[in-house]
Design a binder for this molecule. Structure first.
Ligand SMILES: [Fe+2]
Length: 306
C-alpha cells in the first residue's frame, strides 16, 4: 500500500502573472520567494506551527488559467516506482519528472498523473524544505497551506482512486462532496461534484479568529469579493472565510481544523451531512461560488415570505 505524507503545493496557470503575484502577496499575504522565467514561487509555512517549512506552497506560472496541478509527497520516497506501476495498472498516465521538471518543483523526483476526472496530480519523492523563515506579505498570521478543494466529475469514482490506490481515508461527506485525509488533518483534499476538473479552492490556516474576521473586513475594504462566510464548518469545526482571486480561483482562510489522531483512526467513521442550511456553515451563510453549499431556492423563498 502506498502512503501519502502531506500536500505540498498548488500550481496555477495565469494569463496575468504580475496581477497574480500582487494578489498572492498583497492580498492573500503569502511571501514571494523566487521568480524563475515565467513562474513565481510563494511560501506560507510558519516553522513554529508545522515544525518545518516547505520550500514553496504555491506557484503561479504564465499559462492557461484552467491549468491546475497539486503536489503531494510520499511517506516513503522509495515507493515512487511502485506507485508508477500501480497507476499504470489502473490505466492512469504516468510521466516521470525530467531533471529540469524536478528542479522547477524543488524535488528529487516525481511522477505526474491524473485522477479519473482529469485532475493533474504530482506525487513527489523528497521535495525540498527550507530553513528560511516565512514572512507574510501583509499583516496576517498565516500558519500554513493546508488543503485544496478539487472538482470531480464523479466523486465516488475518484474517492476510490484516492482510497484504494493511495490509502487516503474518507473523513466525511457533505452532499456528494468527499473530504479525504492523508495524515491527521481532517482533509487535505476535498472532491466536489462538477462537470469539469480543476482546483476549486486553496486553503491557508491562520493563527486565530481575529485573522479571519480582520481579513473579512479588510478584504471587503480592498474590493475583494467574499464568496462564503465568515462562518464555521460543522464538519471540520474550522472558522472560515472564502474570497475570490485571479482567474476566479477561490482562497480560504480558516482556523481550528479538526485532526483525527492515530489512536482515533481505528474507530473513526465518516459522517454524512446533507446540503441543507447550517451543514456547510453553522452560522448560516451560503456560498456564492461553484462547489460549495449554495442557498437552496426554498430557503430563499421562505426568507421572502418572512
Ligand atoms: Fe476548505
Amino acid at each position: 500500500m502506498i502512503n501519502l505524507h502531506d500536500i505540498r503545493y498548488a500550481r496555477l496557470g495565469t494569463s496575468d502573472l504580475e496581477a497574480a503575484i500582487t494578489f498572492a502577496t498583497d492580498i492573500v499575504g503569502l511571501q514571494l520567494v523566487a521568480r524563475e522565467g515565467k513562474s513565481a514561487y510563494f511560501r506560507s509555512d510558519r516553522a513554529t506551527v508545522r515544525g518545518d517549512t516547505r520550500d514553496h506552497t504555491l506557484v503561479y506560472f504564465e499559462g492557461d488559467p484552467a491549468d491546475h496541478t497539486i503536489g503531494i509527497d510520499l511517506l516513503d520516497p522509495d515507493d515512487l516506482d511502485a506507485l508508477g506501476a500501480a497507476l499504470e495498472r489502473e490505466g492512469r498516465p504516468v510521466h516521470r519528472g525530467t531533471r529540469a521538471e524536478c528542479d522547477a518543483r524543488r524535488t528529487r523526483d516525481f511522477i505526474a498523473t491524473t485522477d479519473p476526472s482529469g485532475n493533474q496530480i504530482e506525487f513527489l519523492a523528497r521535495p525540498f524544505n527550507s530553513g528560511v523563515r516565512f514572512t507574510p506579505g501583509r499583516d496576517i498570521m498565516i500558519d500554513n497551506f493546508s488543503h485544496v478543494g478539487m472538482f470531480s466529475t464523479d466523486p465516488k469514482r475518484d474517492t476510490a482512486f484516492w482510497t484504494r490506490l493511495l490509502n487516503a481515508r474518507v473523513s466525511d461527506w457533505l452532499g456528494d462532496a468527499t473530504f479525504l485525509r492523508i495524515n491527521t488533518v481532517h482533509h487535505s483534499v476535498v472532491l466536489m461534484p462538477s462537470t469539469r476538473p480543476g482546483i476549486q479552492h486553496i486553503n491557508h490556516q491562520v493563527e486565530d479568529i481575529d485573522d479571519v474576521m480582520r481579513s473579512y473586513y479588510w478584504l471587503k475594504q480592498q474590493g475583494v469579493k467574499i464568496v462564503y462566510g465568515p462562518g464555521r464548518h460543522p464538519i471540520s469545526t474550522a472558522i472560515m472565510v472564502y474570497f475570490e482571486g485571479p482567474d476566479g480561483m477561490v482562497y480560504e482562510y480558516s482556523v481550528g481544523v479538526k485532526h483525527i489522531l492515530p489512536e482515533q483512526e481505528a474507530t473513526y467513521r465518516p459522517r454524512q451531512f446533507t446540503l441543507e442550511g447550517y451543514n456547510g456553515d453553522m452560522w448560516g451563510s451560503f456560498a456564492e461560488t461553484e462547489g460549495l453549499p449554495r442557498e437552496p431556492a426554498a430557503a430563499r423563498r421562505m426568507r421572502l415570505v418572512v
